[in-house]
Design a protein around this ligand. Structure first.
Ligand code: ZN
Length: 383
Protein backbone atom coordinates (compact mmCIF):
# COMPACT_ATOMS: atom_id res chain seq x y z
CA UNK A 1 0.00 0.00 0.00
CA UNK A 2 1.33 3.42 -0.99
CA UNK A 3 1.82 5.83 1.87
CA UNK A 4 3.55 8.59 -0.07
CA UNK A 5 1.27 10.66 -2.30
CA UNK A 6 1.29 9.89 -6.01
CA UNK A 7 2.14 13.21 -7.67
CA UNK A 8 0.63 12.22 -11.02
CA UNK A 9 -3.02 11.97 -9.93
CA UNK A 10 -5.02 15.08 -9.00
CA UNK A 11 -7.89 15.10 -6.51
CA UNK A 12 -11.12 15.49 -8.44
CA UNK A 13 -12.52 17.72 -5.74
CA UNK A 14 -9.78 20.18 -4.85
CA UNK A 15 -7.19 19.59 -7.59
CA UNK A 16 -4.31 18.89 -5.20
CA UNK A 17 -1.66 16.30 -6.08
CA UNK A 18 -1.79 14.75 -2.64
CA UNK A 19 -3.55 11.43 -3.25
CA UNK A 20 -2.43 8.30 -1.45
CA UNK A 21 -3.80 4.79 -1.82
CA UNK A 22 -5.72 3.87 1.33
CA UNK A 23 -7.39 0.65 0.16
CA UNK A 24 -6.00 -1.84 -2.36
CA UNK A 25 -8.23 -4.66 -3.62
CA UNK A 26 -6.51 -6.64 -6.41
CA UNK A 27 -9.71 -8.61 -7.13
CA UNK A 28 -12.81 -6.45 -7.49
CA UNK A 29 -15.77 -6.91 -9.87
CA UNK A 30 -15.84 -4.58 -12.88
CA UNK A 31 -19.30 -3.50 -11.73
CA UNK A 32 -21.70 -4.67 -9.02
CA UNK A 33 -24.74 -3.73 -11.09
CA UNK A 34 -24.43 -5.84 -14.23
CA UNK A 35 -24.50 -9.59 -13.95
CA UNK A 36 -23.04 -11.49 -16.87
CA UNK A 37 -24.51 -13.69 -19.60
CA UNK A 38 -22.64 -16.91 -20.33
CA UNK A 39 -21.19 -15.32 -23.50
CA UNK A 40 -19.64 -12.56 -21.36
CA UNK A 41 -17.90 -14.92 -18.94
CA UNK A 42 -14.82 -15.43 -21.05
CA UNK A 43 -14.00 -11.73 -21.37
CA UNK A 44 -14.78 -10.87 -17.76
CA UNK A 45 -11.82 -10.45 -15.44
CA UNK A 46 -11.51 -8.97 -11.97
CA UNK A 47 -10.34 -5.37 -11.81
CA UNK A 48 -7.69 -3.93 -9.51
CA UNK A 49 -9.47 -1.41 -7.30
CA UNK A 50 -7.49 1.33 -5.56
CA UNK A 51 -9.22 3.79 -3.29
CA UNK A 52 -7.26 7.02 -2.97
CA UNK A 53 -7.57 9.69 -0.34
CA UNK A 54 -6.69 13.33 -0.83
CA UNK A 55 -4.28 14.65 1.76
CA UNK A 56 -5.73 18.16 1.36
CA UNK A 57 -9.55 17.89 1.35
CA UNK A 58 -9.79 14.30 2.60
CA UNK A 59 -12.07 12.99 -0.17
CA UNK A 60 -11.77 9.23 -0.78
CA UNK A 61 -12.08 8.47 -4.49
CA UNK A 62 -11.32 6.13 -7.37
CA UNK A 63 -9.13 7.53 -10.09
CA UNK A 64 -10.91 6.20 -13.19
CA UNK A 65 -14.44 7.15 -14.28
CA UNK A 66 -17.04 4.64 -15.49
CA UNK A 67 -17.34 4.49 -19.27
CA UNK A 68 -19.68 6.85 -21.16
CA UNK A 69 -23.24 5.60 -21.30
CA UNK A 70 -22.67 3.24 -18.35
CA UNK A 71 -25.87 4.46 -16.71
CA UNK A 72 -28.07 4.24 -19.83
CA UNK A 73 -29.22 0.76 -18.87
CA UNK A 74 -28.43 1.00 -15.17
CA UNK A 75 -30.85 -0.81 -12.91
CA UNK A 76 -29.65 -1.12 -9.36
CA UNK A 77 -31.86 -3.38 -7.28
CA UNK A 78 -34.29 -1.20 -5.36
CA UNK A 79 -35.36 -2.19 -1.91
CA UNK A 80 -39.09 -2.63 -1.55
CA UNK A 81 -38.92 -3.47 2.15
CA UNK A 82 -41.48 -1.77 4.40
CA UNK A 83 -38.58 -0.48 6.51
CA UNK A 84 -36.97 1.23 3.53
CA UNK A 85 -40.27 2.71 2.47
CA UNK A 86 -40.90 4.14 5.91
CA UNK A 87 -37.36 5.59 5.81
CA UNK A 88 -38.19 7.36 2.53
CA UNK A 89 -41.48 8.64 3.95
CA UNK A 90 -39.65 10.07 6.98
CA UNK A 91 -36.96 11.57 4.72
CA UNK A 92 -39.62 13.37 2.66
CA UNK A 93 -41.17 14.78 5.84
CA UNK A 94 -37.70 15.80 7.04
CA UNK A 95 -37.18 17.65 3.75
CA UNK A 96 -40.36 19.60 4.39
CA UNK A 97 -39.58 20.33 8.05
CA UNK A 98 -35.89 21.19 7.73
CA UNK A 99 -36.07 23.24 4.53
CA UNK A 100 -39.35 24.96 5.40
CA UNK A 101 -40.38 24.62 1.75
CA UNK A 102 -43.94 23.32 2.07
CA UNK A 103 -44.90 23.22 -1.61
CA UNK A 104 -43.59 24.13 -5.05
CA UNK A 105 -41.71 22.58 -7.96
CA UNK A 106 -38.92 20.13 -7.13
CA UNK A 107 -36.43 18.43 -9.39
CA UNK A 108 -35.13 14.99 -8.37
CA UNK A 109 -31.94 14.26 -10.27
CA UNK A 110 -31.36 10.52 -10.51
CA UNK A 111 -34.94 9.76 -9.51
CA UNK A 112 -34.60 6.01 -10.22
CA UNK A 113 -37.97 4.28 -10.39
CA UNK A 114 -39.71 7.29 -8.82
CA UNK A 115 -40.27 5.84 -5.33
CA UNK A 116 -39.09 8.97 -3.53
CA UNK A 117 -41.07 11.12 -5.97
CA UNK A 118 -44.19 9.26 -4.79
CA UNK A 119 -43.49 10.36 -1.22
CA UNK A 120 -42.77 13.97 -2.21
CA UNK A 121 -45.87 14.13 -4.41
CA UNK A 122 -47.96 12.88 -1.51
CA UNK A 123 -46.72 15.84 0.56
CA UNK A 124 -47.95 18.26 -2.08
CA UNK A 125 -44.86 19.01 -4.19
CA UNK A 126 -44.89 19.00 -7.98
CA UNK A 127 -41.91 16.78 -8.73
CA UNK A 128 -40.05 16.38 -12.00
CA UNK A 129 -37.44 13.65 -12.40
CA UNK A 130 -34.19 13.33 -14.29
CA UNK A 131 -33.05 9.78 -14.94
CA UNK A 132 -30.54 8.59 -17.53
CA UNK A 133 -31.46 4.91 -17.12
CA UNK A 134 -34.13 3.71 -19.54
CA UNK A 135 -35.57 0.94 -17.34
CA UNK A 136 -35.84 3.27 -14.34
CA UNK A 137 -37.43 5.97 -16.49
CA UNK A 138 -40.04 3.52 -17.72
CA UNK A 139 -40.97 2.55 -14.14
CA UNK A 140 -41.20 6.15 -12.94
CA UNK A 141 -43.23 7.23 -15.97
CA UNK A 142 -45.57 4.27 -15.51
CA UNK A 143 -46.38 5.65 -12.03
CA UNK A 144 -47.45 8.93 -13.64
CA UNK A 145 -44.29 10.96 -13.00
CA UNK A 146 -42.78 13.40 -15.46
CA UNK A 147 -39.20 12.26 -16.13
CA UNK A 148 -36.55 13.59 -18.49
CA UNK A 149 -33.62 11.56 -19.82
CA UNK A 150 -30.52 13.61 -19.26
CA UNK A 151 -27.05 13.88 -17.77
CA UNK A 152 -26.68 17.17 -15.89
CA UNK A 153 -23.63 19.40 -16.21
CA UNK A 154 -22.91 23.12 -16.16
CA UNK A 155 -24.12 23.60 -19.74
CA UNK A 156 -27.03 21.19 -19.35
CA UNK A 157 -29.27 22.18 -16.43
CA UNK A 158 -32.52 20.35 -15.74
CA UNK A 159 -35.10 21.08 -18.46
CA UNK A 160 -38.02 23.35 -17.65
CA UNK A 161 -36.25 25.02 -14.68
CA UNK A 162 -35.44 26.83 -12.53
CA UNK A 163 -37.04 24.78 -9.76
CA UNK A 164 -37.85 25.72 -6.15
CA UNK A 165 -35.83 22.86 -4.67
CA UNK A 166 -33.90 19.73 -5.57
CA UNK A 167 -33.21 16.18 -4.44
CA UNK A 168 -30.01 14.25 -5.12
CA UNK A 169 -30.21 10.81 -3.54
CA UNK A 170 -27.49 8.20 -4.07
CA UNK A 171 -26.10 10.04 -7.08
CA UNK A 172 -22.98 11.98 -6.11
CA UNK A 173 -21.00 8.83 -5.31
CA UNK A 174 -21.37 7.82 -8.99
CA UNK A 175 -20.35 11.12 -10.59
CA UNK A 176 -16.75 11.53 -11.72
CA UNK A 177 -16.98 15.21 -12.71
CA UNK A 178 -19.07 16.29 -9.74
CA UNK A 179 -17.92 19.90 -9.97
CA UNK A 180 -19.50 20.23 -13.42
CA UNK A 181 -22.48 18.22 -12.24
CA UNK A 182 -23.07 20.40 -9.15
CA UNK A 183 -22.70 23.52 -11.31
CA UNK A 184 -25.54 22.07 -13.44
CA UNK A 185 -27.62 21.48 -10.31
CA UNK A 186 -27.03 25.12 -9.32
CA UNK A 187 -28.19 26.23 -12.77
CA UNK A 188 -31.36 24.16 -12.35
CA UNK A 189 -32.73 25.92 -9.25
CA UNK A 190 -33.47 29.43 -7.95
CA UNK A 191 -31.04 31.26 -5.64
CA UNK A 192 -31.44 30.06 -2.03
CA UNK A 193 -33.41 27.00 -3.22
CA UNK A 194 -33.15 24.17 -0.67
CA UNK A 195 -31.91 20.71 -1.56
CA UNK A 196 -31.38 17.26 -0.09
CA UNK A 197 -28.17 15.39 -0.92
CA UNK A 198 -27.88 11.78 0.26
CA UNK A 199 -24.88 9.48 -0.20
CA UNK A 200 -23.61 6.21 1.32
CA UNK A 201 -21.77 6.79 4.60
CA UNK A 202 -18.03 6.10 4.31
CA UNK A 203 -17.61 6.24 8.09
CA UNK A 204 -20.11 3.39 8.51
CA UNK A 205 -18.24 1.25 5.92
CA UNK A 206 -14.95 1.84 7.77
CA UNK A 207 -16.39 1.29 11.24
CA UNK A 208 -17.77 -2.06 10.10
CA UNK A 209 -14.59 -2.81 8.06
CA UNK A 210 -16.69 -3.44 4.96
CA UNK A 211 -14.19 -3.77 2.12
CA UNK A 212 -17.13 -4.92 0.00
CA UNK A 213 -18.67 -1.41 0.16
CA UNK A 214 -15.96 -0.34 -2.29
CA UNK A 215 -16.52 -1.11 -5.99
CA UNK A 216 -16.06 0.63 -9.35
CA UNK A 217 -19.68 1.89 -9.57
CA UNK A 218 -18.93 4.28 -6.70
CA UNK A 219 -16.13 6.67 -7.61
CA UNK A 220 -16.51 8.95 -4.55
CA UNK A 221 -16.77 7.92 -0.89
CA UNK A 222 -18.06 10.62 1.46
CA UNK A 223 -17.89 11.11 5.18
CA UNK A 224 -20.11 13.79 6.69
CA UNK A 225 -17.08 16.07 6.70
CA UNK A 226 -16.02 15.58 3.07
CA UNK A 227 -19.62 15.80 1.84
CA UNK A 228 -19.89 19.16 3.56
CA UNK A 229 -16.59 20.35 2.06
CA UNK A 230 -17.62 19.29 -1.46
CA UNK A 231 -21.03 20.97 -1.23
CA UNK A 232 -19.70 24.16 0.38
CA UNK A 233 -16.95 24.47 -2.24
CA UNK A 234 -19.43 24.01 -5.09
CA UNK A 235 -21.87 26.80 -4.33
CA UNK A 236 -24.13 25.36 -1.64
CA UNK A 237 -24.53 26.42 1.98
CA UNK A 238 -24.93 23.34 4.16
CA UNK A 239 -27.60 23.74 6.85
CA UNK A 240 -27.34 20.25 8.36
CA UNK A 241 -25.49 16.99 7.70
CA UNK A 242 -26.27 13.82 9.63
CA UNK A 243 -26.37 10.04 9.25
CA UNK A 244 -29.70 8.51 8.24
CA UNK A 245 -31.10 5.00 7.57
CA UNK A 246 -29.33 3.39 10.59
CA UNK A 247 -26.13 5.30 9.71
CA UNK A 248 -25.94 3.68 6.24
CA UNK A 249 -26.37 7.06 4.53
CA UNK A 250 -25.42 10.65 5.12
CA UNK A 251 -28.07 13.25 4.39
CA UNK A 252 -27.18 16.89 3.84
CA UNK A 253 -29.75 19.66 3.74
CA UNK A 254 -28.36 22.52 1.70
CA UNK A 255 -29.28 25.77 0.01
CA UNK A 256 -28.01 27.18 -3.29
CA UNK A 257 -25.78 30.04 -2.24
CA UNK A 258 -26.71 33.40 -3.73
CA UNK A 259 -23.21 34.74 -4.38
CA UNK A 260 -22.64 38.24 -3.04
CA UNK A 261 -22.92 40.97 -5.63
CA UNK A 262 -19.74 42.95 -6.32
CA UNK A 263 -21.25 45.24 -8.97
CA UNK A 264 -22.44 48.01 -6.59
CA UNK A 265 -18.91 48.11 -5.11
CA UNK A 266 -17.45 48.28 -8.61
CA UNK A 267 -19.77 51.18 -9.48
CA UNK A 268 -18.85 52.84 -6.19
CA UNK A 269 -15.17 53.09 -7.19
CA UNK A 270 -16.06 55.20 -10.25
CA UNK A 271 -18.58 57.28 -8.30
CA UNK A 272 -16.05 57.89 -5.53
CA UNK A 273 -13.44 59.11 -8.00
CA UNK A 274 -15.92 61.67 -9.40
CA UNK A 275 -17.03 62.69 -5.93
CA UNK A 276 -13.51 63.41 -4.65
CA UNK A 277 -12.71 65.38 -7.81
CA UNK A 278 -15.94 67.40 -7.50
CA UNK A 279 -15.32 68.03 -3.80
CA UNK A 280 -11.81 69.36 -4.38
CA UNK A 281 -12.91 71.44 -7.39
CA UNK A 282 -15.69 72.88 -5.30
CA UNK A 283 -13.26 73.94 -2.53
CA UNK A 284 -10.87 75.42 -5.09
CA UNK A 285 -13.66 77.47 -6.66
CA UNK A 286 -14.20 78.99 -3.22
CA UNK A 287 -10.48 79.66 -2.97
CA UNK A 288 -9.98 76.99 -0.29
CA UNK A 289 -6.98 74.64 -0.02
CA UNK A 290 -7.40 71.00 0.97
CA UNK A 291 -5.09 68.62 2.88
CA UNK A 292 -5.74 64.96 3.69
CA UNK A 293 -5.29 63.35 7.11
CA UNK A 294 -4.58 59.64 7.04
CA UNK A 295 -2.13 57.35 5.30
CA UNK A 296 -3.52 54.05 6.59
CA UNK A 297 -4.67 51.24 4.33
CA UNK A 298 -8.11 52.64 3.49
CA UNK A 299 -6.70 56.13 2.86
CA UNK A 300 -3.93 54.86 0.57
CA UNK A 301 -6.39 52.69 -1.39
CA UNK A 302 -9.00 55.45 -1.64
CA UNK A 303 -6.51 58.08 -2.83
CA UNK A 304 -5.08 55.61 -5.37
CA UNK A 305 -8.56 55.19 -6.88
CA UNK A 306 -9.50 58.89 -6.61
CA UNK A 307 -6.18 60.07 -8.07
CA UNK A 308 -7.06 63.55 -6.81
CA UNK A 309 -5.36 66.60 -8.25
CA UNK A 310 -5.16 69.72 -6.14
CA UNK A 311 -4.54 68.20 -2.69
CA UNK A 312 -1.84 70.20 -0.89
CA UNK A 313 -0.35 67.36 1.14
CA UNK A 314 -1.12 64.39 3.37
CA UNK A 315 -0.52 64.29 7.14
CA UNK A 316 -0.53 61.39 9.53
CA UNK A 317 0.17 60.97 13.25
CA UNK A 318 2.52 57.99 12.70
CA UNK A 319 6.13 59.30 12.71
CA UNK A 320 7.40 56.19 10.85
CA UNK A 321 5.67 57.47 7.72
CA UNK A 322 7.15 60.97 7.55
CA UNK A 323 9.13 61.64 4.40
CA UNK A 324 7.63 58.59 2.68
CA UNK A 325 5.11 58.63 -0.19
CA UNK A 326 1.74 56.99 -0.71
CA UNK A 327 1.80 54.19 -3.30
CA UNK A 328 -0.06 55.03 -6.55
CA UNK A 329 -1.09 58.60 -5.61
CA UNK A 330 2.50 59.60 -4.63
CA UNK A 331 1.61 62.16 -1.95
CA UNK A 332 4.35 62.76 0.60
CA UNK A 333 3.34 62.19 4.23
CA UNK A 334 3.98 64.99 6.78
CA UNK A 335 3.42 65.25 10.52
CA UNK A 336 0.18 66.97 11.63
CA UNK A 337 2.16 70.10 12.65
CA UNK A 338 2.65 70.71 8.92
CA UNK A 339 -0.88 72.15 8.97
CA UNK A 340 0.41 75.06 11.07
CA UNK A 341 3.47 75.61 8.84
CA UNK A 342 1.57 75.55 5.57
CA UNK A 343 -2.01 76.30 6.46
CA UNK A 344 -4.98 74.83 4.59
CA UNK A 345 -8.69 75.60 4.83
CA UNK A 346 -10.11 72.10 4.69
CA UNK A 347 -8.80 68.82 6.12
CA UNK A 348 -10.27 65.68 4.56
CA UNK A 349 -9.99 62.78 7.02
CA UNK A 350 -9.51 59.28 5.58
CA UNK A 351 -8.66 57.58 8.90
CA UNK A 352 -12.32 57.07 9.76
CA UNK A 353 -11.70 54.86 12.80
CA UNK A 354 -9.77 57.68 14.50
CA UNK A 355 -12.05 60.56 13.52
CA UNK A 356 -12.76 61.66 17.11
CA UNK A 357 -9.08 61.83 18.07
CA UNK A 358 -8.15 63.63 14.86
CA UNK A 359 -10.86 66.27 15.28
CA UNK A 360 -9.72 67.01 18.85
CA UNK A 361 -6.06 67.08 17.75
CA UNK A 362 -6.93 69.56 14.96
CA UNK A 363 -9.13 71.78 17.11
CA UNK A 364 -6.94 71.49 20.23
CA UNK A 365 -3.17 71.22 19.74
CA UNK A 366 -3.18 72.53 16.20
CA UNK A 367 -5.81 75.24 16.78
CA UNK A 368 -7.12 74.51 13.29
CA UNK A 369 -10.01 76.82 12.44
CA UNK A 370 -10.86 75.52 8.95
CA UNK A 371 -13.43 72.88 8.08
CA UNK A 372 -13.07 69.16 8.61
CA UNK A 373 -14.57 66.73 6.12
CA UNK A 374 -14.79 62.95 6.23
CA UNK A 375 -14.22 60.55 3.39
CA UNK A 376 -17.33 58.60 2.54
CA UNK A 377 -20.32 58.54 0.28
CA UNK A 378 -21.02 61.42 0.23
CA UNK A 379 -18.02 63.35 1.54
CA UNK A 380 -19.43 65.23 4.52
CA UNK A 381 -18.27 68.03 6.82
CA UNK A 382 -18.19 67.11 10.48
CA UNK A 383 -19.09 70.58 11.63
ZN1 ZN B 1 -8.76 17.03 -2.48
Amino acid sequence: MTEAPDRTVACRSCGNYKLSVVLDLPRAPSSVERLLTDQQLESDTPVHLCVWRCGACGLAQLAAPMSDGFYDEYEMATSFSPRFNSYLASLATMFQDITGLRSGRLIEIGCGDGTFMDHLTRLGYQVTGIEPSRPFRRSATAKGHRVFASYIDQKTPAPDGPYDGFVLRQVLEHVHDFRGFLAGVRESVFDNAPGLVEVPNLDKALTDRRFYDFFPDHVNYFSGRTLRIVLESNGFDVDRVFPTMSDEYISAFVRKRAESDFSPTQASAAAFRRQVADFIDDQHRRGLRVAVWGSGGKGVAALAVAEPAGIEYVVDSDPRKYGLYLPASHFEVYPPEHIRLIPVDVVLVTALAHLGEIVSHLRGELAFEGRIAVLGEPIAFVD
